[in-house]
Design a binder for this molecule. Structure first.
Ligand code: ASP
Ligand code: MG
Length: 605
């Protein structure tokens, strides 16, 4: 007999008939001899309706009253589902978050779970009742029972947290799609269902999978080793397993860590190779990394940034032992990458730097929290550490610095983010486990970003901290961040360009804000490009496998799609391309990695 937590989303309980169908499934699971805890969302679009009501009354409703209002939606569905279960002869009891004892921070409308008491749930399970719990809600204080909600989509988070607290054997998320697909089927009809994906991959695919499974829920599953499966409420299909490392002894106190960062990683045996002034035209990255892959050289970080004029810099890091080989390949190919459009700039120049280190901060808590990257840059700047390269992904920010400064950097980051354990030389360790996994599990397209570039910012500690501190202060979430390799000396001060992507809705206002700052700090122009698209590949199996980036770049080159920016993490490679080519890029990359299939999946609107 197992203890199973099942979560049903709004569409799964959207009508009386659907609630009855859910009751059938729940009672079947119970009759098979399992203890069942069910977490439900509000019926259909109830929560949206309540939000609208609030805004009809007030343009800026108070957040406490919002929680009071929104938490009612789930209370309707728990009561109805319990009644439906009893109609089927299955004893059941509904409980609100307060009745269970789900305590949260007091941040109304976006509270994080601090703890869950399990006594009452366990008592009812012993009485052979199905326990039906309202998702999305908790209480900030046991004395005053202040109702809080977890933020939109929060009932996934409730379900996985309850599963972790009960040590359930698994958490099943029932929804209106059959599971996690390899990409968006509305753009790529050949998208297929994944049978499994790791939590880390799922987090990096946030822009693809967030609608199906909330990233905070995935983070809890990862931290507490909760086996998680996403399945359709309408069929018996197996769905997609989201796999986590085995459960360790992590304490359930402060369950949903209030910290945005939960790990620091460092790797101090890397070397950097930069190719300066390569032509800004389709096929260049493909040729370079094709040759590198051909020589079996495994690259770690790759970044390419934008520039004035029609040339780019591409930089990448490798593990120190293969530097000589990588350098030979880069030097051999540099003359071939001649810039025909502006012959006067001559051929690409190869720049090598040994003894560099990569330090990274990791954590799903940084999704949607501007300021985390800025805090990292500020900590490094206070310690006087200069950042040579920055590379970001959904749940990670990596900085390349001098190896000699690695210990100091780690120390200040530990302090800034209150982290005690640091994972050393993580890349090599990950490579060992990755050999068994497919290099790419999913491909995502993000069309909601714009790019800003600031020309000629001073290359010294504190600059990145200043730029991204300003953005954080204005509540602008930064996605990709790339610092150029090329250095221009102006009035004896070395300067670089820095480019980053932000939500399109914030583009103009942010440009204005930065233009004012540029005057004050002596930076160059602030250039905005709204018409961009970001395509990403994600896969835990790409670590330590040469040629994955090359394959992605080659797929783009084949249809003459120019790559404007590149950034990577160990398990993700993202490219910025022209907006008009985004969909095509997604299609060809999905095809190139053999992810296409014949089964048709329709995603409800
Ligand atoms: N009912 C809440 C919402 O619509 C929570 C959830 O469905 O996960 O956001
Ligand atoms: Mg949902």
């Amino acid at each position: 007999m197992a203890l199973i937590v099942q979560k049903y989303g709004g569409s799964s309980v959207g009508s009386v008939e659907r609630i009855q169908a859910v009751a059938q499934r729940v009672s079947k699971t119970a009759k098979a001899g399992n203890s069942v805890v069910v977490v439900v969302s509000a019926m259909g679009k109830t929560t949206d309706g309540l939000v609208k009501l609030a805004h009809d009354i007030s343009s800026k409703p108070c957040r406490r009253e919002m929680d009071m209002l929104l938490s009612t939606g789930e209370q309707v569905s728990i009561a109805l589902l319990s009644m439906a279960l009893k109609e089927l002869g299955q004893d059941a009891i509904s409980l609100t978050g307060a009745q269970v004892g789900i305590t949260t921070e007091s941040e109304h409308t976006r509270a994080r779970i601090l703890g869950i008491t399990t006594q009452r749930i366990e008592r009812h399970l012993k009485e052979e009742k199905v326990v039906v719990i309202a998702g999305f809600q908790g209480v900030a204080s046991r004395e005053e029972l202040e109702i809080t909600t977890l933020g939109r989509g929060g009932s996934d988070t409730s379900a996985v947290a309850i599963a972790a607290a009960l040590w359930a054997s698994c958490c099943e998320i029932y929804t209106d799609v059959p599971g996690i697909l390899t990409t968006d089927p509305r753009i790529v009809p050949q998208a297929q269902l994944m049978d499994k994906i790791t939590c880390d991959e799922m987090l990096e695919l946030a822009s693809l999978g967030a609608k199906v499974l909330h990233p905070r829920a995935v983070e809890i599953a990862r931290n507490y080793g909760v086996p998680l499966v996403v399945r359709s409420s309408w069929t018996e299909q197996a769905g997609t397993w989201v796999t986590a490392p085995e459960r360790g002894g992590r304490s359930l106190i402060n369950l949903e860590i209030a910290r945005p960062v939960d790990g620091i990683e460092c790797d101090d045996s890397q070397a950097k190779i930069a190719l300066l002034r390569v032509p800004d035209s389709p096929g260049i990255a493909a040729r370079l990394f094709g040759e590198i892959a051909h020589q079996e050289v495994d690259v770690d970080l790759i970044i390419q940034s934008i520039h004035e004029g029609n040339s780019n810099d591409i930089a990448f890091t490798v593990m120190t032992p293969i530097l000589k080989k990588a350098e030979a390949v880069a030097s051999a190919i540099a003359p071939v990458l001649r810039n025909d459009q502006s012959p006067e700039t001559g051929e690409a120049e190869v720049m090598i730097q040994e003894n560099i280190a990569k330090v990274s901060i990791v954590g799903a808590g940084m999704i949607g929290r501007p300021g985390v990257a800025a805090q990292m840059f500020a900590a490094l700047s206070e310690a006087g550490v200069n950042i040579q390269m920055i590379s970001t992904s959904e749940v990670k920010v990596s900085c390349v610095i001098n190896a000699a400064e690695c210990n100091k950097a780690v120390e200040v980051l530990q302090k800034a983010f209150e982290i005690d354990n640091v994972k050393d030389n993580i890349t090599q360790n990950k490579a060992k486990v990755s050999a068994l996994l497919p290099p790419v599990c999913g491909v995502a397209l993000d069309m909601k970003q714009s790019r800003l570039a600031i020309r000629r910012v001073q290359d010294r500690p504190g600059t990145a901290a200043k730029v991204f501190g300003l953005l954080a202060k204005h509540n602008v979430s930064v996605d990709m961040i790339i610092q150029s390799q090329r250095c221009r000396v102006i009035d004896n001060i070395p300067t670089r360009d820095i480019a980053f992507t932000i939500p399109r809705a914030d583009a103009e206002a942010t440009q204005k804000m930065l233009q004012n700052a540029a005057k004050e700090y002596g930076w160059g122009e602030v250039v905005l490009d709204k018409a961009i698209a970001k395509v990403s590949i994600v896969g835990a199996g790409m670590v330590g496998q040469p040629g994955i980036a090359a394959k992605m770049f080659a797929a783009l080159a084949e249809c003459r799609i120019n790559i404007q920016m590149i950034t990577t993490s160990e398990i993700k490679i993202s490219c910025v391309v022209d907006e008009n080519q985004g969909k095509k890029a997604l299609q060809v990359i999905h095809e190139a990695f053999g992810l296409s299939g014949d089964e048709i999946f329709v995603i409800p609107a």
